[in-house]
Design a protein around this ligand. Structure first.
Ligand SMILES: Cc1ncc(COP(=O)(O)O)c(C=O)c1O
Length: 379
């Protein structure tokens, strides 16, 4: 066998694969049952009518061939309806919406669609650990723009260099904040100044707390000229395992994603799309009750922190580790797994992310153990 192509060697270590390995090894080492708050994997599935739409469509004889290559028009219409009704954005479904098998796929495909080898791609720091993979495959150079806690985790885009693309993500994983006012306008101005594209990751668009309203980058004047948004079924409807999401916005970029789709995949299984339509167009009470559950769990866990962490949305809490405490010590001495901050970019050292996408009992146990760990280092 010849050596594997260099583009695969450029891929960084997959952070979550490594994290899952460490947590599994700690669990197997024995001791009290481990409380795993490390990975964000929605524990609440989709509402019943969505599962029924999948099952009913799958029972039909005529849906098992190749689905339309660029997706059903009905699926795109359904997402356009959500953008109109919830985020106040009018879209042309055929030109401005592409269907993808989960937005993780789009993270990579957008880098391939926007950057030549050697081009710069800007990531926020801290960033979602899956972002570097796309630039690595594209042969692009990664640089980061710092997000500062004292600016509400927004970047200083006036000082940001030019680049083929700038990725942003609000509500932020891991920072758990919504976009501070003006951030999206600054991103459009950055794109107009540099000619780079804005990629906004809206995976947690609807998971916002304390009465906030979901926001789309595409509602910003000028956004459709310069960027796209990734929109996922995974978190809003608890469909992470189903692998269905969208790239929405600038028609030229959407066309590039569709072009990769034409060559790489052959559409999305029709029953999945019918279920997505049922989710998008059916009763929305499950979204409100999911948000309420995460908000309640956030409150339960935040109460044990010496200083309450900021958490405006997502199902994560991003917190500075008290002096003397590390993610390793939490895992080994206190049997609580959290995601060490180092994996989220250069500024993540000394921080950690925990997930509240777990059941109430796990939250309660996790809160007890964290409280004990904080008390021990404070003593
Ligand atoms: C910030 C962020 N973007 C994208 C994704 C990927 O979502 P999807 O399930 O649509 O691939 C995740 C998943 O955890 C995420 O946290």
């Amino acid at each position: 066998m010849r050596a594997r192509p260099k583009r695969l060697d450029r891929l960084p270590q997959q952070y979550f694969v490594a994290l899952l390995g460490r947590v599994a090894a700690a669990a197997a080492a024995g001791g009290p049952a481990l409380v795993d708050l490390g990975r964000g994997n929605p524990e609440l599935g989709p509402p019943r009518h969505v599962v029924e739409a999948l099952a009913e469509t799958a029972a039909r004889a005529d849906v098992h061939g190749y689905a339309p290559i660029r997706g059903l028009a009905r699926t795109k219409d359904a997402l356009a309806g959500r953008y109109r009704d919830v985020y106040g954005v009018e879209l042309d479904p055929e030109r401005e919406i592409a269907i993808v098998p989960g937005t993780k796929t789009a993270i990579t495909e957008l880098a391939l669609s926007l950057a030549n080898e050697g081009d710069r791609i800007l990531l926020p720091d801290p960033f979602y650990p899956d972002y570097p993979s796309g630039p690595a495959l594209a042969g692009a150079r990664l640089e980061t723009v710092p997000l500062r806690a004292d600016r509400g985790w927004s970047p200083d885009l006036e000082a940001a260099p030019d680049a083929a693309a700038l990725y942003l993500n609000y509500p932020s994983n891991p920072c758990a904040v919504c976009a501070p006012p003006g951030t999206f306008d600054d991103a459009v101005r950055w794109a107009e100044r540099t000619g780079g594209a804005v990629v906004h990751d809206a995976a947690y668009a609807d998971i916002v707390f304390d009465g906030r309203s979901p926001q789309s980058f595409l509602a910003t004047p000028g956004a459709l000229d310069v960027g796209v948004e990734m929109w996922s079924m995974s978190k809003t409807y608890g469909m992470a395992g189903w692998r269905i999401g969208f790239v929405v916005g600038n028609a030229e970029i959407v066309e590039r994603i569709n072009l990769l789709n034409d060559h790489n995949r052959v559409g999305i299984f029709e029953p999945l799309q019918r279920a997505a339509i049922a989710a998008l167009e059916g009763p929305q009470d499950s979204v409100a009750s999911r948000v309420a559950a995460y908000e309640r769990r956030r409150d339960a866990i935040a109460a044990v922190f010496p200083e309450p962490p900021v958490c405006e949305g997502t199902f994560f809490v991003w917190f500075r580790l008290p002096d003397g405490l590390t993610a390793e010590r939490l895992l080994e001495e206190h049997r609580v797994a959290v995601a060490p901050g180092e994996g989220f970019g250069p500024s993540g050292a000394g921080w950690a992310r925990l997930s509240v996408a777990v059941d109430d009992e796990t939250i309660e146990l996790g809160a007890e153990r964290l409280q004990r760990a904080f008390a021990r280092v404070a003593a």
